[in-house]
Design a protein around this ligand. Structure first.
Ligand code: AMP
Ligand code: MG
Length: 484
């Protein structure tokens, strides 16, 4: 190979004890073909593809050729899936290495769909083109929405078929993450009841993600506090843009606070707190309004893993951990309220803010109003010509809102600036995502590229975005699928 793309690997996870992972290379594929490459991300992390042709890139981003300094592993982890504890691990992914950019930031480079590992159970270790492109589009959109997330560097077709309900085109996604350590990683080590391994994992995570607490007296307590803050921020951000993760199992909750695993996720159009898209989530466990509740539940599972490290006296340890986990509601409510104030351009805090916000949400729910577009309407974007914006209840709510804006003598310039930083003008609309994926499955990648471009500036008004702003006119309920 002429060029190693400037990979600067330092594979710290592969130096952890054997029980943490399986050493395994990606399984080679028949005839790889690169279909999309994220050149902006590559540039951001100091990779250089300028001397590499497409054929070589296809082999590199399918795992047929591994960088010299790579050290491929499948990571072990466990997880509560829909509330039930299971031993899992990377069943269709391998971490090929940790790349250090010039500013010494560390990035996991992971192939998803790269073949069987010892953790594959009954799975084929593979992934299909549609879901991998879906992860690419939505994760990149989340990044541009300023929400912490793993990112997508490339998607390559494998030249092989995968069998699901039908026969699909096989593909591999190259995922970039600040790490893939999950709540489930702690659960896996904790379940082994080996205190030395648990200490090793704690030290590893603190050094890698939160070096500011390295010298603290009780690292496990401090880690729990930080992860809780990160997860509160994350879920508040999801609620801000109407993102529904869809499968908030503990193995899909990252310790770094990034959104991870874009399986059955989707964005809500009509405001309904109970919205669920995932076909297997029959009880609404991961519905829009349940996301904060589940975040707390997952944090409690994380806290349980840390108990042996918190205090030699188990009762004291449980007491300290419980106190931290129970701080969740207050922190969440405060941050959620401030986020909603931002969406309405409100400066400062007033005692009636909460009722003002809840009254708008209730109205939206009653009217089946579009979540994103209602905030656009309030910012003066009148592209969605809906009769319900003229109704009396909404008009009188608007008067209250205007009074509140005047209360702090906010000028339109000031409040619109705030609103424009909180409210996206465009989100990945489900029908636009599907339309782009359908075309891609027929080898037409133009709609996908256009969609990615439109989603790359969600807070700026651009010409010709209206068709990406309108919700689907189809009455049928949108459904998403796990493990596709
Ligand atoms: P996910 O729903 O993507 O978070 O995956 C949950 C677990 O199932 C993880 O252990 C995955 O690695 C595993 N898994 C999902 N799909 C496959 C597949 N096609 N082959 C093997 N393992 C899989
Ligand atoms: Mg997962």
């Amino acid at each position: 190979m002429k060029n190693d793309l400037n990979w600067n690997f330092d594979n710290s996870y592969s130096r952890l004890p054997d029980s943490f992972k399986e050493n395994i290379d990606p399984i080679k594929v028949k005839s790889p073909e690169l279909v999309i490459l994220n050149r902006d991300l590559a540039k951001n992390i100091d990779l250089n593809f300028s001397n590499v042709d497409n054929n070589e890139l296809s082999h590199l981003f399918s795992g047929n050729i591994l960088p010299k300094s790579s050290n491929s592993i499948a990571q072990a982890y466990a997880g509560h899936q829909f509330g039930h504890f299971t031993m899992l691990g990377d069943g269709r992914a391998v971490l090929i290495g940790e790349h250090l950019s010039k500013d010494k930031k560390r990035y996991d480079i992971q192939f998803k769909g790269s073949g069987k590992t010892i953790f594959s159970r009954n799975g084929d270790g593979r992934a299909a083109l549609g879901p991998m492109l879906r992860e690419y589009v939505i994760s990149e959109s989340m990044y541009k929405l300023n929400i912490p997330t793993t990112r997508s560097l490339a998607v390559t077709k494998t030249g092989e078929k995968v069998i699901r309900d039908s026969t699909l085109t096989g593909a591999i996604l190259t995922r970039v993450a600040s790490s893939h350590v999950r709540v489930g990683t702690f659960q896996y080590i904790a379940a082994r009841k080996n205190i030395d391994e648990l200490k090793t994992l704690l030290d590893y995570v603190v050094k890698r993600h939160y070096p500011s607490i390295e010298d603290s007296k009780n690292k496990s307590i401090e880690l729990l506090k930080i992860v809780l803050e990160k997860q509160v921020d994350l879920v508040v951000n999801w609620m801000r843009v109407g993102f529904i993760h869809g499968v908030m199992n503990t193995d899909n909750m990252s310790i770094s606070g990034e959104t991870i695993d874009y399986g059955p996720c989707a964005f809500m159009d009509v405001y309904d707190p109970k919205t669920v898209f995932s076909s297997i989530d029959r009880t609404g466990r991961y519905a829009y309004c349940n996301q904060p509740v589940i975040t707390k539940w997952n944090l409690a599972r994380f806290a349980e893993c840390l108990i042996p490290l918190i205090d030699n006296d188990q009762n004291n340890a449980i007491k300290s951990a419980t106190e931290i986990v129970n701080s969740f509601e207050k922190k969440y409510e405060k941050k959620w309220l401030n986020m909603m104030r931002g969406k309405l351009g409100l400066l400062g805090e007033e005692k009636n803010d909460q009722s003002l916000i809840l009254d708008l949400l209730t109205w939206m729910h009653e009217m089946k109003a579009d979540y994103t577009n209602t905030f656009c309407y309030l910012m003066g974007e009148k592209f969605e010509k809906k009769k319900y914006y003229e109704n009396e209840k909404f008009q009188s709510w608007k008067e209250r809102w205007k009074d509140r804006l005047n209360f702090n003598s906010s000028s339109p310039k000031k409040y619109l600036k705030i609103m424009r930083s909180f409210n996206p003008l465009v989100i990945p609309r489900n029908h636009k995502v599907e339309e782009a994926l359908d075309a891609a499955n027929k080898d037409d990648f133009q709609p996908l590229k256009k969609l990615i471009e439109i989603l790359s500036q969600p807070y700026f008004q651009n010409k010709n975005i209206i068709e990406y702003q309108l919700p689907s006119i189809q009455k049928e309920k949108y459904q998403t699928y796990c493990g596709t």
